[in-house]
Ligand binder design. Structure first.
Ligand SMILES: [Zn+2]
Length: 552
């Protein structure tokens, strides 16, 4: 009896797989270079003005996406609308502000922008802090998963927390501490600001170091020198934080000297388990004007409903925004963002069409989400993750697409955050079906995992994957592929030269990758289980709690 049952079960299982395999072919066939070219040429055209949020370029972009989703047959995902409004705020700190750090008879002469830079997350006109006591909190990390708390036993209310960038694993290269050289969430400046806010601090200052930050001081200056966009309901705005900034390594060192403390000794001690925060007997004073402007932008959300499990969701995500028109470049002033991210946005439309071409509905519903303000700090995806249109506990997975391959077929695709969750296995299975493979991020110390929209979902606990262009070129090999990719970043990344160039681009690899995105999402829509975070990953606890809470 048992054997007969097993055989019967296996046969029906196989039959199920074969039909699923055949069905997926209908979708795969509809993914073509011609369609991709059409979408990219429109999205990256000068008429779309570089797709900057809250501009005419946004109007054109989101209307094009909504019309295309409607044409393909998708449903508006937000109560009859394809749009989800995102309220933004633009804050510009006075570039002439005075920042003063002193203690006892010592005063450190700091030049704003040269030595220290930052701003306020507060949406108010005047910012003032008087002699807020500075505490050196090591890396400023509170992580039970890593059994690490730099704030242990501290009350930082009214205080300024001073800390190092990155994490103890990076500093020591010890693979048993955090993730060794790989930058973790705890190493990013965003985390450090958020944790300082949770702790109730009044100000936070990060000590810069080029290697540990993965970029030089000039990048800090460029990112913090102008206006800062944030969500209108940014949690930092309702925290006690008045000032968030960075200080150069040299000036950070001066604070320790003035306090009579050993910079090298204490920074080394900060990566040891018995490190305790140090009161420096120094204070921070700032007093400046803050310009606050409100605006709105939109995420675009379209639904392709599922069948048997229509109340469960898979999200495909790709940011539509780029930098718009700039007056800092001579000649071509439009940043068209053809690769970044007209390609990913086009893929979203192409994958939607592939699902619409299936002969039968997939089981889970598919949400196509094109988010705004990725380039301003993942704001649109952050907004969706915290204001979801469908229950997060019913959202099985997020697949993010940002900047696709224009250099031809590759054997590999890259997964940043490789090994974080079981989504890797789904992508790998599809790649292997086509004789391809997945590689981990070749430069994980740069923290690439935290620099596109999949991270906004990870942060709330929803398993997400950032699967991106490989470098192991089928014709030219890996060294060539890596060189092309690095050359592109050097010359075109966030530059007006990121243009659509159909004669130069090789679409063969891009199309193969889009098919992998589609098939991976299709397979995910057909499983019974939800993919999970792997043990030890910081987002796992949030997901476990989310799933526990929705149990009847
Ligand atoms: Zn991008």
């Amino acid at each position: 009896m048992r054997n007969i049952f097993v055989i019967f079960f296996s046969l029906t299982f196989l039959a199920g797989c074969m039909t699923a395999g055949k069905k997926v072919e209908y979708g795969l066939k509809s993914i073509t270079a011609d369609d991709m070219k059409t979408h990219i040429s429109i999205l990256a055209s000068d008429e779309f003005l570089g797709r900057a949020p809250s501009t005419e370029g946004e109007e054109k972009t989101i209307n094009y996406l909504a019309e295309e989703f409607r044409r393909i047959g998708l449903e508006p995902a937000n109560n009859g609308s394809f749009f989800q409004e995102v309220s933004l705020v633009k804050i510009t700190a006075d570039p002439e502000m005075k920042v003063d750090i002193s203690g006892g008879r010592n005063r450190i002469n700091l030049k704003y922008r040269e030595d220290i830079i930052g701003g306020s997350p507060q949406q108010k006109e005047f910012i003032r802090l008087d002699n807020s006591g500075i505490i050196f909190v090591g890396y400023g990390i509170n992580s039970p998963e890593n059994n690490w708390n730099d704030y242990e036993g501290l009350d930082v209310k009214g205080k300024t927390v001073l800390m190092l960038i990155n994490d103890p694993g990076y500093a020591t290269s010890d693979e048993t501490l955090f993730e060794g050289k790989t930058m973790t969430y705890f190493g990013r400046w965003t985390y450090k600001y958020e944790e300082a806010a949770r702790q109730g601090a009044s100000a936070v200052i990060i000590i810069h170091e080029t290697g540990a930050a993965a970029y030089p001081w000039e990048v800090v200056q460029n990112s913090w020198g102008g206006s800062q966009f944030s969500l209108r309901n940014d949690p930092l705005a309702s925290s006690a934080l008045q000032f968030c900034g960075w200080i150069t390594n040299e000036s950070g060192r001066k604070i320790f000297q003035a306090a009579g403390l050993d910079f090298d000794g204490l920074t080394r001690a900060a990566s040891g388990r018995d490190f305790r925060a140090v009161e420096m007997n120094m204070g921070l004073s700032v007093n400046f004007r803050n310009e606050v402007e409100y605006s709105v932008s939109d995420n675009v959300a379209a639904l392709w409903p599922g069948g048997r499990k229509a109340d469960e969701y898979i999200i495909y995500c790709a940011h539509w925004d780029h930098f718009g028109v700039s007056n800092t470049f001579r000649g071509d002033s439009i940043l068209n963002g053809a690769v970044d991210n007209a390609t990913g946005t086009a893929a979203l439309l192409e994958i939607a069409e592939a699902f619409a071409n299936l002969p039968a509905r997939q089981n889970r519903s598919i949400l196509f989400l094109s988010v705004t303000c990725e380039e301003q700090g993942l704001l649109g995806s952050d907004f969706y993750a915290n204001n979801p249109l469908f229950p997060p506990g019913k959202t099985a997975a997020v697949i993010n697409m940002d900047a696709l391959n224009i250099f031809g077929r590759t054997r590999d695709m890259i997964i940043s955050g490789y090994g974080y969750n079981q989504l890797d296995d789904y992508a790998i299975a599809v790649l292997e079906k086509y004789g391809r493979y997945a590689s981990p991020d070749p430069t994980p110390e740069k923290g690439g995992y935290f620099r596109s929209d999949h991270f906004s979902f990870a942060k709330v606990g929803i398993p997400s994957i950032n699967l991106s262009a490989g470098v192991d070129n089928v014709e030219q090999g890996k060294a060539w592929g890596l060189a092309r990719s690095e050359e592109w970043i050097r010359e075109n990344y966030h530059e007006p030269s990121d243009n659509y160039e159909p004669d130069k681009w090789d679409f063969d690899g891009m199309i193969e990758d889009v098919k992998v995105y589609f098939e991976t999402g299709y397979n995910l829509s057909m499983t019974d289980k939800f993919p999970e975070w792997n043990p030890g990953v910081p987002f796992k606890a949030l997901r476990d709690e989310m799933m526990e809470n929705q149990k009847p």
